[in-house]
Ligand binder design. Structure first.
Ligand SMILES: [Zn+2]
Length: 97
């Protein structure tokens, strides 16, 4: 599996999952999660408001390193990252159901 472009990822996000991801992003913001970028490695990390010593590697293509993502293939960090990157489309294109 190769690297996915932003457009490919955005297209993969279905309407249902877009709603889920938007909700997760809102929960993350309310909880105080912050997405930071290590410019040298172009790697995003998400802070963990419940544990000041922890952070999670989060990536639009590969997901998040937290336990929730491993279990459910989505998490607040991932939702917030996609939201901040503008990858959750506000208006979802109608595609064949
Ligand atoms: Zn996560």
């Amino acid at each position: 599996m190769g690297y996915s472009t932003k457009e490919q990822i955005a297209r993969r996000i279905t309407r249902q999952s877009a709603e889920n991801l938007r909700r997760l992003a809102n929960q993350a913001e309310e909880a105080g999660v912050r997405i930071l970028l290590d410019y040298r490695h172009s790697q995003h990390v998400a802070t963990d408001p419940t544990d000041r010593t922890a952070c999670h590697l989060v990536d639009a293509s590969f997901g998040c390193s937290c336990r929730v993502y491993q279990q459910f293939a989505r998490c607040q960090h991932y939702g917030l990252l996609l939201s901040q990157l503008g990858m959750i489309l506000d208006q979802v294109e109608r595609t064949a159901a």
